[in-house]
Design a protein around this ligand. Structure first.
Ligand code: ZN
Length: 245
């Protein structure tokens, strides 16, 4: 059930029975020469929409832009500041609360969104808002990490991973025409976090972080997406069991 295709009358009817909405969030940022700039929102959207379909839950339009300041050394990356991102998440959450939603679940495809989203939740509670706010990052769920380890061993890495590139290859194979597939060395430099855009580029000059995205295939993408959906459903089911106080 996609919010963007509904009328307000249909949302009123949905709210008579349910109080949950899934909101896909991602980023618009470089994913090395091997991956798509839209990777993080494309994967989050696919997971959220499939979960919504299987659990019969409302899915909001995707928020594509994220907090990606460390990728700004690469052309085509777009970032919101942490402060702006916090405000955007607050605005989306309070809009749903105002209309009677009580469980607002963000399905996330990008690590950089996690901190500001949690700060937004803290701020909403500080201001006295009711309800359950959660962020589920599909790529950090234990079953997904286990599968990635099985498929790619220690070459999964942390950015432009073969897992996320596989999912986008499965979903948008035509977008990969002309993308690099040449294997390269996988460097594992010592680094601290966060990094600014110059520090990031110095340590990870082609935009990968300890990953081997050339290992990505459509077949793996189908497998990993299914695992991500399954693991996210488990998380969402737990949230549905919680009582809103
Ligand atoms: Zn990514």
């Amino acid at each position: 059930m996609l919010l963007e295709n509904m009328s307000y009358k249909e949302v009123e009817i949905y709210l008579q029975e349910k109080d949950t909405v899934l909101v896909p969030i991602g980023s618009v940022e470089q994913h090395s020469p091997y991956g798509l700039i839209g990777t993080d929102f494309i994967t989050a959207e696919a997971v959220a929409r499939e979960v919504g379909k299987r659990l019969d839950l409302l899915v909001a339009p995707t928020l594509p832009y994220g907090m990606s300041q460390h990728h700004m050394g690469f052309k085509g990356s777009i970032t919101l500041s942490p402060q702006t991102y916090i405000s955007v998440i607050k605005g989306i959450t309070t809009s749903f609360l105002e209309h009677g939603f009580q469980r607002i679940i963000y399905i996330n495809g990008h690590g950089g969104n996690i901190n500001p989203t949690k700060v937004a939740f803290d701020q909403l509670k500080y201001e006295g808002n009711r309800g359950i706010y959660q962020i589920i990052s599909w790529f950090l769920l234990e079953d997904v990490l286990t599968l990635a380890k099985e498929l790619f061993q220690d070459l999964e890495g942390h950015h432009a991973t073969p897992s996320e590139v596989s999912i986008t290859k499965f979903l948008r194979p035509e977008a990969f025409e002309g993308k690099s597939t040449q294997p390269k060395k996988v460097e594992k430099p010592q680094y601290y976090w966060p990094l600014n855009k110059d520090e990031f580029k110095k340590l990870f000059p082609d935009g990968r972080m300890e990953s081997a995205p050339w290992l990505a295939t459509e077949k793996y993408g189908k497998l990993i997406l299914e695992e991500a959906v399954r693991a996210t459903i488990n998380e969402v089911r737990n949230i549905l069991k919680m009582e809103v106080v």
